[in-house]
Design a protein around this ligand. Structure first.
Ligand code: SF4
Length: 409
């Protein structure tokens, strides 16, 4: 079932109550045919607004309750601390209401830090090679959903926080990119990719009931409506606060991992640091430059010549750069642990929440993978460092001898 184009009859600027009314209508239209609902929640602004609004609508009888409701909190272990902190409070508030909350986390070896610093896979750098979203958000969510669905009869309606605003809906656009227009990383994927995933096909429908909301409505809900007793007494003001408090209405900030390598600037973190209460998180600003540094050739291996794939064909990108050297991984681990220590010393002194960038289990696993000499699939570790001067090899096998010897360079 496709969600209807709610702007087909001509657009007008929506007021808050109109927006909520349209959300109610979409839930009534699409929710009623599903006994089981799930909510994909990342702790960011759009999915937190979606979650708290829906619970309020159910609690007040404006929308009939489904037979079961499960909230899936996608804990990437990379969340910005103020948002992770607020999410924990909301989880407590949900559980106090008797709502089932499942915290969804990737298995140890697939987590962002372990995968990069232990296994040696370079940090992601563009949207086409974005292994991280799939690995730390989509796959764990798919697994949790498969588990849940196996316990239930019929189809599950997965509710996401995808929000595109008026113009994008008019253009029929649902962005998959997490780096545009303040979108929450992962929500577009939940909306589009999960229903087609093997194991879920035919068992999952998705609905984005805040699709039409303007960003100012999201801030209004999080800051003023949801925290009120009348609307559920939610701890959502801290989420808006994390994005810049009173200034938040002006900010269409994207939610994502701390130091996400894919965005041009750390806008969400920069806004958090403007708040004196969170200023002690400033060392986190060093994470993004670390990922950039680790992508440099001097920290990586490179295929020496033509690479023959398992299929017997030559790879399209000979001499591609690959994994991180052990030295680079150790340097990255030390840098992250130093940042973590620095933040937590300040946190302890001020009685503020501490960060948990790499926990003891993850650190032990990273060190173990390095000790075991682990390389990503397709790499043996005997490939040259990527700065090595080599003859140029083309995909057709042609070789262009290097013009200068190493000593001439
Ligand atoms: S926020 Fe950035 S690092 Fe995190 S999953 Fe999304 S693209 Fe990857």
């Amino acid at each position: 079932m496709n969600q209807a184009d709610i702007f087909a009859a001509g657009a007008k600027r929506l007021q808050m109550t109109d927006s909520i009314e349209m959300t109610i209508q979409s839930l009534l239209a699409y929710g009623a045919s599903h006994d089981h609902w799930g909510i994909a929640w990342s702790g960011g602004k759009d999915s937190s607004a979606t979650l708290t609004l829906i619970i309020w609508l159910l609690d007040t009888g404006r929308v009939p309750r489904p037979q079961t409701l499960t909230v899936f909190y996608a804990d990437t272990r990379q969340e910005l601390l103020p948002l992770a902190h607020a999410a924990q409070q909301i989880i407590d508030e949900l559980r106090e209401r008797g709502i089932q909350v499942e915290v969804v986390t990737a298995p140890l070896d697939k987590r962002f830090m372990v995968y990069i610093l232990g296994r040696g896979v370079p940090p992601p750098n563009n949207n086409t090679l974005r292994w991280c979203t799939r690995q730390i958000k989509i796959d764990p969510m798919q697994h949790a959903l498969e588990q849940r669905i196996s316990e239930l009869d019929g189809q599950v309606l997965m509710i996401t926080g995808v929000r595109q605003g008026e113009s994008a809906i008019r253009d029929q656009r649902i962005e998959m990119s997490c780096s545009k227009d303040g979108a929450e990383c992962g929500q577009g994927w939940y909306q589009k990719v999960l229903p087609e995933a093997k194991g879920l096909r035919g068992r999952l429908a998705t609905l984005a009931p805040l699709l039409h909301w303007r960003v100012c409505h999201v801030w209004e809900w999080l800051r003023h409506w949801a925290p009120g007793a009348e609307f559920g007494d939610w701890s959502t003001a801290a989420i808006a606060e994390a994005y810049g408090g009173d200034e938040a209405e002006e900010i269409n900030a994207r939610t994502g991992c701390t130091g996400c390598p894919l965005v041009d600037s750390d806008m969400a973190l920069d806004n958090i640091l403007l708040n004196p209460q969170w200023a002690y998180l400033a060392p986190l600003k060093r994470i993004k430059p670390l990922w950039r540094e680790l992508r440099l050739p001097k920290h990586r291996l490179r295929k020496a010549g033509l690479e023959i794939l398992k299929s017997g064909k030559a790879a399209a990108n000979p001499q591609r750069m690959g994994p991180l050297t052990f030295e680079a991984r150790r340097m990255g681990l030390t840098t992250i642990l130093d940042i973590q220590d620095e933040v937590n010393v300040a946190a302890r002194a001020a009685g503020r929440p501490m960060v948990d960038l790499i926990n003891t289990e993850e650190e032990a696993r990273i060190r173990e993978l390095i000790e075991l000499g682990t390389w990503p699939d397709g790499w043996d570790g005997d490939e040259p460092i990527a700065t090595t001067v080599m003859d140029t090899v083309y995909a057709n096998g042609a070789v262009q001898p290097r013009l200068f010897s190493e000593t001439e360079l």
